[in-house]
Design a protein around this ligand. Structure first.
Ligand code: HEC
Length: 142
């Protein structure tokens, strides 16, 4: 193909366009600087597998995922995302509480590798919001 005319578009212009977003209340969500490669991969996986039921900072079918790394260990999250039903059945206290809180609606199991799940978690973690945005969006398990 031609050797000219395409040099203007830098590959990271796409990532730049994703730097900020708005939540349903029109508040800006600060996402920091451009996403890393891992986070971009996680975003694609999130959109393909999770976004029908989850948003980062508001409840959809399931809880808002923002702040996951603050409330659950990576180990817990890996096993939950692979098979949440098995965790509920195993008697895990948090799993049972959140399952009941969301009307005992079982989240599907995912055949994702641990590195793919880590990419999704990195994408979720890339969202940092103020306390106000955080408030009420995240699952409150008592
Ligand atoms: C069909 C809907 C659905 C899909 C798709 C789905 N989830 Fe869920 N998720 C839920 C529901 C509902 C809950 C609440 C717990 C329950 O009811 O079992 C939940 C809970 C969670 C939790 C616990 C959240 C917390 O606040 O402690 C995590 C983590 C999670 N989901 C991650 C994911 C990820 C990552 C994906 C994509 C790979 C995904 N979910 C796809 C419905 C879904």
């Amino acid at each position: 193909m031609g050797t000219t005319a395409q040099s203007g578009a830098q590959p990271d212009s796409l990532a730049q366009a994703q730097v900020a977003g708005l939540n349903s209340a029109g508040q800006a969500i600060a996402m920091g600087p451009a996403l890393s490669e891992t986070e971009v991969a996680g975003e694609a996986l999130f959109k393909g597998n999770c976004a029908q039921c989850h948003a980062i900072n508001e409840v959809v079918v399931g809880p808002a995922l923002m702040g996951l790394d603050k409330r659950r260990s990576e180990r817990w999250l890996l096993s939950w995302i692979k098979n949440s039903g098995r965790m509920v059945a195993s008697g895990d206290e948090y799993a049972i509480k959140i399952f009941n809180q969301y009307g005992q609606q079982q989240m599907p199991s995912f055949q994702l590798s641990e590195s793919e799940i880590r990419q999704i978690l990195a994408y979720v973690k890339s969202h940092k919001a103020s306390g106000a945005e955080y408030n009420g969006a995240v699952a409150v398990v008592k």
